[in-house]
Design a protein. Structure first.
Length: 178
C-alpha cells in the first residue's frame, strides 16, 4: 500500500510532481468534455459509432486502471524510493511511468465514452502535458541521482506508452525513427 513517509537519506519525494501532472490531464479532459459535449455540442457521432467508442473506451478505462494499479500498488515502488533504488522490473520493465500512463490510458477511455470526434485531440494534449512535465522534472532528478543506470534504462523502456519487454524500442535518428 502507498505510504506517505520520508526515510532519512531518501533522495526523491514519494509523490513528486505527479499530482500536478494528473490534475492537469484531468482538467484538460473535463474542460474538453464540457465544452465540446455540453456547451458547443459539436463533433458528436451517432450510431453505430456510439457503441464502438463506448466499448473501446470501457476497455481502455479498465486497461488504464490495471496499469496504474500495477505501478502504484503492486510494484513495491515505495520501498525503492525510500531506499534510493531505481525500479526497472515488473511493470517498470514495460513503461517507465506506469502510474501516469495508466491514468492517461483511462482518460483516453473516458474521452471515447463521449463518442465525439473532436475530443480525439484531448489525449494528444494530455500526452504533451505528461511528457513535457516528466522531461523537465522527474527525468532530470532520476538522471542526476542514478546517472548512467537511468540513461540506459531510458534507452530500453518507453516513457509513457507500454511496450512488451524485449521488444526493441524505436530509436530516434534526427526526426526519423528507426
Amino acid at each position: 500500500m502507498l505510504k506517505n513517509f520520508v526515510k532519512e537519506g531518501q533522495k526523491l519525494p514519494l509523490y513528486g510532481v505527479g499530482p500536478f501532472i494528473v490534475y492537469g490531464m484531468v482538467m484538460v479532459t473535463a474542460i474538453g468534455i464540457v465544452l465540446l459535449g455540453h456547451v458547443f455540442k459539436i463533433g458528436i457521432l451517432g450510431s453505430p459509432w456510439i457503441l464502438v467508442f463506448r466499448i473501446i473506451g470501457a476497455v481502455l478505462i479498465a486497461l488504464g486502471i490495471f496499469v496504474w494499479f500495477m505501478g502504484a500498488l503492486r510494484s513495491g515502488m515505495d520501498e525503492n524510493i525510500s531506499e534510493n533504488k531505481l525500479k526497472t522490473d515488473g511493470i517498470y520493465a514495460w513503461v517507465r511511468n506506469p502510474m501516469y500512463s495508466g491514468i492517461w490510458i483511462a482518460l483516453i477511455g473516458v474521452t471515447l465514452m463521449w463518442h465525439n470526434v473532436l475530443m480525439l485531440g484531448l489525449p494528444v494534449v494530455n500526452w504533451l502535458i505528461m511528457t513535457i512535465a516528466l522531461i523537465n522534472s522527474e527525468e532530470k532528478w532520476l538522471l542526476n541521482l542514478y546517472g548512467n543506470e537511468y540513461a540506459e534504462y531510458k534507452k530500453r523502456v518507453n516513457r509513457c506508452i507500454p511496450f512488451f519487454p524485449g521488444v526493441k524500442k524505436p530509436v530516434k535518428i534526427g526526426r526519423i525513427y528507426e
